[in-house]
Design a binder for this molecule. Structure first.
Ligand code: E4P
Length: 218
């Protein structure tokens, strides 16, 4: 399973890279707004640090605006993926962009049929938002199962990015289902590495090591 980091903060991204858990990056306007730097600086820093796909979102609502924005965004780096919202205009844009060889990540997907349409339009990536569905009492992970099932019925090459991940269980379920990619905030990445019994075990080993004759010479 590929791990993307869901962040526009270069310090978080660099920490994720050190952990070996940044196969790509996803951003969105809300994540960009949390970083107190201008857009060009944010993107330049990310693209210098990351080799894998970096999703940058378009702002326009008409397909012609989205296409023009996308064409500018991809000039910033060969690994830029253009994030396009799941609307009719977005689908029109993705269709044109995929023919031009520009990779699109269709975002804000909340139903299996939206995912099917995005795949059919030629999206390189499809981003269903799990946490936001859980927030309104729908089981987000069921959406991933349905999308994986539908895509496996056909020859679509779109990769599913499990997005809006809020906790380690989301990552576990995505891995059990066999999702292609998870995009995870750094806070959750760190939670994945921790276990209280690991901490207890390390403490006990160090205490016992103290009892070994000559251990203080190490
Ligand atoms: C994914 O591409 C989105 O940036 C992100 O996962 C949204 O997560 P949120 O619902 O926690 O804002």
């Amino acid at each position: 399973m590929k791990f993307f980091i869901d962040s526009a903060d270069i310090n978080e991204i660099k920490e994720g890279i050190e952990l070996g858990l940044v196969d790509g990056v996803t951003t969105n306007p809300s994540l960009i707004s949390k970083v107190n730097k201008d857009f060009d600086t944010i993107v330049t820093e990310i693209l210098e640090a990351v080799d894998g796909p970096v999703s940058l979102e378009v702002i326009g609502s008409e397909h012609t605006q989205m296409i023009a924005e996308a064409q500018n965004l991809v000039k910033l780096g060969g690994n830029v993926v253009v994030k396009v919202p799941m609307t009719e205009e977005g689908l029109k844009a993705v269709r044109v962009l995929s023919k031009e060889g520009i990779r699109a990540n269709v975002t804000l997907i909340f139903s299996p049929l939206q995912a099917l349409l995005a795949a059919k339009a030629g999206a390189a990536f499809i981003s269903p938002f799990i946490g936001r569905l859980d927030d309104i009492a729908y089981v987000g992970m069921e959406l991933i199962e349905k999308i994986q099932h539908i895509l496996s019925n056909y020859d679509y090459t779109s990769e599913v990015i499990v997005a809006s991940i809020r906790n380690p269980l989301h990552v576990l379920d995505a891995a059990l289902i066999g999702a292609d990619i998870v995009t995870v905030p750094l806070k959750v990445i760190k939670q994945l590495a921790r276990h209280p019994l690991t901490d207890v075990g390390i403490k006990k080993f160090l205490q016992d090591w103290e009892k070994v004759p000559g251990s203080k010479n190490f």
